[in-house]
Design a protein around this ligand. Sequence first.
Ligand code: NAD
Ligand code: AHE
Ligand code: ZN
Length: 369
Amino acid sequence: MKSRAAVAFGPGKPLEIVELDVAPPRAGEVMIKITHTGVCHTDAFTLSGDDPEGVFPVVLGHEGAGVVVEVGEGVTSVQPGDHVIPLYTAECGECLFCKSGKTNLCTAVRATQGKGLMPDGTTRFSYNGEPVYHYMGCSTFSEYTVVAEVSLAKINPQANHEQVCLLGCGVTTGIGAVHNTAKVQPGDSVAVFGLGGIGLAVLQGARQAQAGRIIAIDTNPAKFELAKEFGATECINPNDYDKPIQDVIIEMTGWGVDHSFECIGNVKVMRAALECAHRGWGQSVIIGVAGAGQEISTRPFQLVTGRQWKGSAFGGVKGRSQLPGMVEDAMRGKIALKPFVTHTMPLDEINTAFDLMHEGKSIRSVIHY
Ligand code: NAD
Ligand code: AHE
Ligand code: ZN
């Protein structure tokens, strides 16, 4: 099978649109025709070369929606024609992690996924006879991709792919972090650092959870209007103050916020987010992804005095069992997706999507094939 794809041939280089060869799905695998894919900051992070798991050449993209075209031997949960969202957090239902009921971090395919390979240790993509790596078990920047059966959520065929593709990462991550990781309760105060796709989805989740005060923080004030539409009660820019932003938030609130969320990937901001959490019980959720070699730090006293540091991957959502319901929620208007889609473009223009993200001009660019 030939497939148009945007390939990252090396770190820091623009993606190149080429025609790849895609081998048929093997046992337990599924070939999908991707119809739409969002561009998430994590794609840019890996393209930058900062991702310890980054391998090249690779087909990036992990926020897609599509239709099953072919299934491999033994695949029973989907068939050609089914509408699906690829999952970078698989759900096998059988591993220690799936069975624990405590986490969404399934391990069924994670080891090979982190190496850019299919579960049998090989790739389905090649270019001029040379292997091209997979990414996060999804590789949605190729019109045809192959993923593990356990990495697919089957969704309502009536769903609007241009919008529900965002449930493949950004919107699910933000909303899920509020409900599953932080468990925000009515009246709780919240601070959200970074108002991209993830931070805005956290705002939406906080409003769903009937949070009280919702403080939105970004160095780009152009993000504030949409943040207010999503439920922010106040928007602040750290550059407007001559003291650390955690001190500003503590002064605004008395003792800090009940929940804070870091949605940037900046370890200094992660510290600020932890330190603006309420003495005694405040918790801070790290969502942002930081580069190789970077570490978080704070005075242990911050934890001794009751603040908790947590992290969240894919919002703690179990993709196969929970994502179809979130698609239904979006179709019923209980999850807003349309405002996230600030730009749409064909695959040929995908590098523009990265430019818009870096320039702070987009929330999500959605690529269509
Ligand atoms: P984005 O680039 O769209 O948004 C980031 C926002 O942070 C921008 O609005 C930017 O202006 C703001 N920002 C940058 N530096 C800042 C600073 N010092 N102080 C305040 N604001 C600042 O990115 P995104 O797609 O929303 O992703 C956000 C982060 O979440 C990335 O690190 C991404 O890799 C990560 N992510 C994690 C998960 C997960 O499951 N844990 C899922 C998706 C994305
Ligand atoms: N590969 C990086 C870590 C990247 C990372 O943390 N990814 C998030 C999802 S970002 C989606 O936009 C995640 O869910 N991680 C859990 C997992 O199993 O991948 C590194 O540092 O090695
Ligand atoms: Zn993502």
